[in-house]
Design a protein around this ligand. Structure first.
Ligand code: DGJ
Length: 736
């Protein structure tokens, strides 16, 4: 890791563990992008900047260097108004009403470590020697508006983080219409753009499209990162695979409305960008005020998409997630949601918890319905006190009973919401997001608390803290079940109403910071109707997320595969649920439901008291196996082998960091008649070592010792299944 400034060339060379990123200052003072890619020792960097004289439609701002045009110069933080016709990173409206900003270099500094982003989640370091940071100040000479660009490179992680701070050093107020986190101009357009898109219950499906001239973009306008689009895109060099080729990833550490995309210009260069969605966004900066953008995390891989994913996994698992549970293996849980929905008693809960404990489960989670008068989803959000009709002896008594059965206790909240039918709403009808005189559109019969308000933030911290202090609770599921409409705040003036959505996010982050740091012994899992806010912003506060409300094992193949493109397996909740499945009514075997769920933070979400002795025996085996492979699954290296988006078979595997253990998952969706034989190749093993197959799979294979080279180069025979939705797991350990 290092950041060098080559003064004679006016070039910054940033080197992450495997990546170089190079920025130059042109003689006009523009900040030019020279290179982002595989690590290079050094070069005469000016050769990397290709310029040529073009027609009058490509104007130059310097008559003495006509080949330099802002319209073709690869730039680091482009702005609008002075001849760059491509999409800008910054669009500011000044006191005179104009939107022209022309940024030039002022100064820079290189510092050890990585400064925090005030009020925003971000990748962090534990000691200053883990990273170096470059800060470059640019200024618009006419208005004195400044932009501080921040770049961090890491010693042991193959990633570069970027963010921008806009500072109004002028004498008049400035309105930001767009302030993105990152913009990079790549020299060609021979890429596919990968995005993770979907909907509720089918989140983060992998989609790829070849770049075409013009704009290709994803965005969320929902006030949260959303089920529909994930704040991430990658550019895949044409012809690249899981293991080969150049891949550029951009992941945004933000949980609100965002935009990310690529614009291909007439000269076939690709401008890739990401940040807060400029749609319905505005931020007013009075003289002296600043605006900090969220952070973007850039990963370049020359080892295909898989290499990119593993870089994100390592960084996010250990330098984005925080807290006592970051490096701990996560508990196996049983959640009562799909077992009882709102209809439970203390006795029923205790019975499910006891049944779980007998199988080896470690944590019971009480889901929705324990508070206010909540017998269905129409009431009580905001009334965070126990429902004595359902739990007459209170929460403490129930927690005591569950703990007496040998289980930890976890609790569900949906803190950001307010039901119109609640004591809280009757007392504070102006505490929700709303616009005076307009309908308050409900979703799931609920409204959203206005977390941009300090009084609402304080109230939420107080009531949630009271519940968490009232009993020995060790886990919280933090749910959020709708998107924003009528986004307005009763406390903001008219000219700041379009700040509400981002102020909401800042308020939410503040609340999360206060609650998670006050209860460091609690494992927080975020949820938004499953994976509606599965983003790096949330992972900073809560190290795991409920991946999807869809618990069907077949649907989960795509959902978990897609999620793994960016997010570490330790961040994905995956549970065994009942059949017919409650979302799609599919019937799959307990074996396959278990095998799929083993590839995540494992748990069950059904009524264990109804299990037959055979089902109990199988669940006991699944739980015992998970306890063996858990460190490997949660902290090992993850390799995708066969994609559910490309065929009938899915396979992936986990390898321990020292390559002494591997756990492989293989599934076939539909049974083919007279099926062909075939092999699939493993990855990440040590070719010099022998691996011994453990457990029942060894009996099926009729052999137990395999060379690492054999498994990776020749492959393992695809299992021959009978029946649809079949799967197998293989656990290998190196021979002693
Ligand atoms: C949506 C969540 O994703 C579910 O797991 C469950 O907690 C329900 N909300 C409860 O209302």
């Amino acid at each position: 890791m290092s950041i060098h400034y080559h003064e004679e060339e006016a070039v910054f060379h940033l080197q992450a563990s495997n990546t170089s990123y190079v920025i130059g200052i042109t003689k006009q003072g523009y900040l030019a992008h020279y290179y982002w890619g595989r690590k290079i020792r050094g070069a005469s960097w000016k050769r990397q900047l290709l310029l040529t004289n073009r027609s009058s439609f490509t104007p130059s701002t310097d008559l003495s260097q006509m080949e330099l045009s802002l319209d073709t110069l690869p730039q680091e933080y482009p702005s609008y108004g002075s001849s760059d016709f491509r999409t800008p990173a910054l669009e500011a409206q000044h006191g005179n009403g104009s939107s022209i900003t022309e940024l030039t270099y002022v100064s820079h500094r290189i510092i050890a470590g990585k400064p925090e982003l005030e009020g925003l989640p971000a990748v962090y370091v534990e000691s200053a020697d883990e990273a170096q940071t470059l800060e470059i100040t640019m200024r618009d000479a006419v208005t004195a508006v400044e932009v501080l660009l921040t770049y961090t490179v890491f010693e042991s992680y193959n990633a570069i983080t970027r963010s921008a701070k806009i500072i109004n050093n002028g004498s008049e107020a400035v309105k930001l219409n767009r302030a993105l986190s990152v913009s990079v101009d790549l020299p060609g357009d021979q890429y596919e753009m990968l995005q993770l898109s979907g909907a509720w219950a089918r989140e983060r499906y992998v989609h790829k499209r070849g770049l075409v001239p013009g704009m290709q973009m994803i965005e969320s306008r929902r006030g949260s990162s959303s089920h529909v689009q994930n704040p991430f895109i990658a550019l895949l060099e044409n012809g690249s695979t899981e293991e080969t080729g150049e891949v550029y990833g951009i992941s945004l550490v933000y949980s609100g409305s965002f935009m990310a995309g690529v614009e291909v210009d007439p000269f076939h260069t690709a401008r890739v960008f990401a940040g807060i969605n400029a749609f319905d966004f505005e931020w007013r900066l009075e003289p002296g005020e600043q605006f900090q953008t969220p952070e973007a995390v850039l990963v370049h891989s020359h080892e295909g998409l898989g290499g990119m994913s593993r870089s994100y996994h390592d960084l996010y698992r250990t330098r984005l997630c925080r807290g006592a549970f970051r490096d701990e293996v996560r508990p196996i849980l049983i959640n009562n949601w799909e077992a009882t929905y709102f209809n439970f008693t203390a006795d029923k809960i205790e019975a499910i918890a006891r049944a779980g404990q007998e199988l080896g489960i470690e944590l019971f989670v009480l889901d929705d319905g324990w508070f206010g008068k909540r017998d269905d989803d129409t009431t009580s959000l905001g009334d965070w006190f126990v429902d004595r009709n359902k739990l007459p002896r209170g929460l403490e008594d129930l927690v005591g009973r569950v703990k007496a059965s040998g289980m930890q206790f976890g609790l569900w909240f949906e803190p950001e919401m307010i039901s119109p039918d609640s004591e809280l709403y009757r007392e504070h009808p102006d505490w929700c997001l709303h616009v005076e005189g307009r309908r308050r559109t409900q979703a799931r019969q609920q409204l959203i608390l206005d977390l941009s308000r300090k009084d609402v933030q304080d109230h939420l911290v107080a009531v949630i803290s009271d519940v968490l202090s009232s009993a020995p609770i060790t886990y919280v599921k933090w749910d959020m079940n709708r998107n924003m409409t009528e986004i307005g705040s009763a406390l903001l003036p008219a000219e700041r109403q379009r700040e509400t959505a981002h102020r909401y996010m800042l308020g939410l982050y503040e609340v999360l910071e206060r609650i998670t740091s006050a209860f460091p012994h609690i494992l927080f899992e975020s949820c938004s109707g499953g994976g509606g806010r599965f983003d790096p912003g949330m992972l900073y506060y809560m190290p795991q997320t409920w991946t999807s409300d869809n618990t069907d094992a077949v649907c989960r193949l795509k959902i978990q595969y897609g999620t793994s493109i960016v997010y570490p397996v330790s961040s994905m909740g995956s549970h065994v649920s009942a059949v017919p499945n409650h979302q799609v009514e599919r019937v799959t075997s307990l074996d396959t439901r278990g095998n799929v769920a083993l590839s995540g933070n494992f748990g069950y979400e059904l009524d264990l008291t109804t299990f037959t002795p055979e089902e109990k025996e199988l669940a006991r085996k699944q739980i015992a196996l998970y306890k063996e492979v858990r460190p490997l699954v949660q902290q090992g290296d993850f390799y995708r082998l066969l994609s559910p988006f490309e065929g009938n078979d899915t396979a992936w595997m986990f390898v321990s960091k020292n390559r002494s253990e591997a756990f492989i998952f293989y599934a076939t969706v539909l049974q083919e008649p007279n099926a062909p034989l075939g092999k699939f190749r493993l990855q990440g093993l040590d070719p010099q070592r022998d691996y011994v197959l453990q457990g029942e799979a060894a009996e099926v294979e009729e052999q137990s010792v395999f060379g690492g080279d054999e498994l990776m180069y020749a492959g393992l025979a695809k299992p021959q299944f009978h029946g649809d939705f079949s799967s197998r797991v293989y656990y290998f350990r190196t021979a002693k």
